[in-house]
Design a binder for this molecule. Structure first.
Ligand SMILES: [Zn+2]
Length: 421
């Protein structure tokens, strides 16, 4: 690890692709499997970076598209990079901006989770929305959601922005398709993403040489291919074999349209084609059953904005499902948000107090609820890691999901998370 980045595999799951490991970065280690907190605009909304560290998050992921628009990646660069800018000394990730840019294309916020039964159309957009992004073989032209300016992302632009942001782990610019795209479109999209991946590697090598003296930034290629086994495998093999000047990708992201029912299957296809000794990041999941399925199938790290987003709407994660602290049931309930939880909020505050803060629209409500939900999610993935190390993954899954699903059925929870990361 001459450049400060390396991955070591630890314990393996018997008869499956899952494993534990350690990702070494210039800003510290990440023990995997790990949940990465999302700080889209260089902040985990409403929570101090010190609290994010205290609740056990090992790394933070920010978004290249948002930081490019505001404040500008050059400003983050001048501040000494993302971690220095936001006072987060630990490891950082940036996504490529592709997800946000492509989401503009269809106008769907929930592009990964929408109900697509019976639909197959490359031109479909959300009702009442204007198509804001257009993809061609060279890149994507889109309008800023802030001021309507016409902008263009290419693999080279994404790499430049991400080098300026300076995160330890970056992602190659890829085309995000939806489950509604036709098979023919998915095929051409996988080819396009492969060509863009090669351009990202080349630009990454050029920028790494140009920005001499900066900490090494690892680059992950992103596997697309929607729900098609042959396309997912082809995309994985293609990215695994790519090299520019003797260097390939440092790890891989698994992106794009994933249906909950076959999430584990798709991650398994991809993991079995990718090199064993490189980390794999699954973009955007946060439901407990999804973590178990994805980790068993070989995913090492995850990110999702849902734990903090729903916290701001008073939705509280617990091991017995989710509940809303905004309802009358919590008004005189002086227990912590979740009994037995080791988070700062549960150690010091009650449901009745959180209920009051939400009703009074006090800002502290979002802060305290976010600390709990992020801690819940980070701890769950940490517990899964410990269960693999102890050789009791299957038992832990049965125990945890049994209680979680039973709690959900009893009506205490809100059911599966609505929306997506
Ligand atoms: Zn708690």
């Amino acid at each position: 690890m001459a450049d400060g980045f390396a991955f070591e595999v630890g314990a393996r799951l018997d008869g499956a692709l899952g494993r534990t490991g350690v990702i070494h970065t210039p800003h510290g280690d990440i023990r995997t499997p790990a949940f990465v907190a999302v700080g889209t605009k260089a902040t985990v909304k409403s929570v101090l970076p010190e609290s994010v560290a205290e609740l056990g998050a090992q790394a933070v992921l920010a978004n290249a598209y948002h930081l490019y628009l505001q404040p500008g990646s050059d400003i983050v660069d001048a501040a000494g990079g993302l971690g220095a800018f936001m006072n987060w000394p630990g490891p950082t990730f940036t996504d490529s901006g592709g997800f946000q840019v492509m989401s503009l294309g269809a106008g769907f916020k929930k592009v990964l989770a929408m109900d697509t039964a019976g639909l197959a159309d490359d031109d479909v957009i959300a009702p009442g929305k204007e198509r804001l992004a257009h993809v061609d073989d060279d890149g994507v032209t889109f309008r800023s959601h802030l001021n309507g300016d016409l902008l263009r992302f290419t693999p080279e632009v994404s790499m430049r922005i991400q080098h300026e942001l300076g995160a330890d782990i970056m992602f190659a610019f890829d085309e995000l398709t939806t489950l509604m795209n036709t098979r023919g479109y998915q095929e051409s999209s996988v080819e396009r993403t492969h060509a863009w991946a090669q351009r990202c590697l080349a630009e990454h090598a050029r920028l790494t040489a140009e920005r001499v003296g900066k900490p090494y930034q690892a680059l992950f290629g992103v596997v697309q291919g929607a729900q098609y086994e042959d396309l997912r495998r082809q995309a994985s093999r293609g990215l695994a074999s790519l090299e520019v000047a003797g260097r390939g990708f440092d790890g891989y992201g698994i992106g794009g349209a994933l249906e909950k029912e076959n999430l584990g299957t798709i991650v398994g296809w991809v993991s079995s084609e990718l090199p064993e000794d490189k980390p794999r990041h699954l973009l955007g999941i946060s439901e407990p059953d999804d973590f178990f399925a994805a980790i068993e199938a070989g995913a090492d790290t995850f990110d999702c904005v849902m734990p903090s987003r729903v916290a701001r709407n008073a939705a509280i994660y617990t091991a017995s499902g989710r509940y809303n602290v905004n309802t009358a049931a919590s008004r005189r309930d002086f227990r912590p948000l979740e009994e037995g939880c080791d988070c700062y909020t549960c150690a010091h505050y009650t449901r009745a107090y959180l209920h009051h803060l939400f009703k009074a629209k006090e800002m502290l409500a979002a802060t305290l609820a976010t600390i709990h939900n992020e801690r819940f999610t980070v701890r769950l993935v940490d517990d899964i890691r410990a269960s693999i190390e102890a050789g009791r993954f299957a038992e832990f899954r049965t125990e945890f999901l049994g209680r979680y699903i039973a709690g959900r059925r009893q009506g205490g929870g809100l059911g599966p998370a609505e929306g997506s990361c």
